[in-house]
Design a protein around this ligand. Structure first.
Ligand SMILES: [Zn+2]
Length: 274
């Protein structure tokens, strides 16, 4: 209740900085979309410099096929141009999407996703965070606001960026930059719902999203993947995803296209790994 009151007061004080998520939740977003896009694009360029990129044709075709089918159904107000999708050659079980139309998928996560629909669930979820402006909210909250403002300013004026790791964490690149910052339960729920509806509208079977999270939970017991450390998982989310099927199955059945993206039989191990 107290937080709600603070949010309301802040919203009154910062009337231009308030927005509403597609599920009707009030949000404080201090940054413009252009600022967030710029942060996303800058971070992505950095990632591409620092992380090996997979040039395996079959793997790239598969990921591009799934990502393209998903992004086709994302509103142009989220990103008006083409989305850039890069497969990183890394055993990390991870993926991310950034404002500015950027998607990164690690080859490691392809060993967890069993088929095109489960990869669509991952990409749908990540794009869901972007659709709902979650990184803007994170950067706008509390102590991160200073870092975010400094970062936005630095990027816009092309100066040296201080606290880079913190704002990259705010964008959802925490693991890569050593600052662990799990998404809040509210953000996760929103990304789950928005992501599941999105994958279904794109012609992917939404029931696979439930299976994916069950597999992730199993994996989490023996060897927690990076994806799980930034995405807290629990029975509640599996229940919620199952409940959401009542809506998303309709989208799936009425989808204009049903993609056929072929998952390669073998996902090559990243260079240098055993
Ligand atoms: Zn998430």
């Amino acid at each position: 209740m107290k937080i709600k009151l603070i949010t309301m007061i802040s919203c009154v004080l910062l009337i231009t900085a308030c927005s509403t998520s597609s599920l009707g939740r009030k949000q404080i977003t201090l940054f413009s979309n252009a600022e967030l896009d710029k942060m996303g694009i800058t971070s992505f360029e950095q990632m591409k410099k620092e992380t090996p990129i997979s040039h395996n044709k079959a793997v790239n075709n598969f990921v591009q096929c799934v990502a393209k089918a998903i992004t086709k159904n994302v509103d142009k107000t989220v990103h008006s141009g083409e989305w850039e999708v890069v497969v990183f050659d890394s055993k990390q079980v991870n993926a991310f999407a950034l404002p500015g139309g950027k998607i990164g998928v690690y080859t490691g996560i392809l060993n967890v996703t069993e088929n095109q629909d489960q990869l669509a669930a991952i990409i749908g979820h990540e794009v869901g965070h972007v659709i709902e402006h979650h990184s803007n909210e994170r950067l706008s909250s509390g102590q991160l606001a200073q870092v975010g403002l400094a970062a936005a300013n630095a990027i816009l004026t092309s100066q040296e960026i201080e606290n880079k790791n913190m704002w990259m964490a705010g964008l959802g690149l925490g693991v890569q930059y050593g600052v662990l910052m799990p998404y809040s339960r509210t953000h996760e729920s929103e990304a789950d719902i928005v992501g599941q509806n999105l994958m279904a509208r794109s012609g992917f079977d939404p029931r696979e999203s439930v299976k994916l999270w069950q597999n992730m939970a199993k994996l989490n017991q023996s060897q927690p993947p990076e994806f799980m450390s930034t995405h807290p998982s629990n029975q509640t989310r599996i229940k919620q995803l199952s409940a959401q099927l009542a809506t998303s199955m309709n989208y799936y059945q009425n989808a204009a296209e049903k993609p056929h993206c072929v998952k390669p039989k073998v996902i090559p191990k990243p260079k240098g790994s055993k």
